[in-house]
Design a protein around this ligand. Structure first.
Ligand code: SF4
Ligand code: SF4
Length: 174
């Protein structure tokens, strides 16, 4: 996946149907209400610490139909889903949900950062998003803390298969 936000925009990149595609999805319905006030970006905790992550920009690019550019962007995956933007948007745009819709579309096309693919693999193997080091388990024991509940990778794997996530994780974006 490459970072594509900064390149000049070519007319051939514009997909005028993209905004309708998003607006039909749950959470994306109010995309076109955005009037670019910038409140989402100014209140976003991730934008505060990133030079590139701007929810307002993502919304605008989606409105303009820059489908490939948005879906291939790594910054899409920086959102922490805190919903501050959604709470504060004066136009009631569900910014965080639009970003979720865009991520789902990106994942369907195989554009998912390796770190999330690795988390999926770990969930399937152990039921946990991260492998917990043996040393940390021993430390818990020495502190008298109870052992962690056992993960249930079978049950989680069944759910992930039902939502076709595994198929998307294995797909490679072009
Ligand atoms: S706060 Fe709402 S209206 Fe303002 S830029 Fe963000 S999405 Fe658009
Ligand atoms: S939900 Fe995402 S875009 Fe919105 S404020 Fe939180 S981190 Fe920023």
């Amino acid at each position: 996946m490459t970072e594509t936000m900064e390149k000049p925009i070519g007319a051939s990149e514009i997909n005028p149907k993209f905004k309708y595609e998003i607006s039909k999805m749950h959470g994306g319905e109010k995309l076109m209400r955005c009037f670019q006030c910038g409140t989402c970006t100014s209140d976003c905790p991730i934008a505060r610490f990133s030079d590139t992550y701007r929810p307002r920009q993502i919304i605008r690019m989606a409105q303009l139909g820059l489908k490939d550019r948005v879906l291939k962007s790594d910054t899409l995956w920086l959102c922490a889903a805190c919903f501050t933007c959604t709470d504060r948007c004066p136009q009631d745009v569900e910014v965080a949900n639009v970003i979720r819709v865009l991520r789902n579309l990106a994942a369907e096309q195989g554009f998912m950062p390796q770190v999330f693919k690795e988390q999926c693999a770990s969930i399937l193997e152990s039921g946990y998003a991260y492998k917990i080091p043996e040393l940390r388990m021993k430390k818990r024991e020495s502190l008298g803390l109870p052992s962690l509940p056992k993960g249930n990778p079978e049950s989680i794997g069944k759910t992930l298969r039902e939502v076709h996530l595994l198929k998307h994780v294995e797909k490679k974006g072009e």
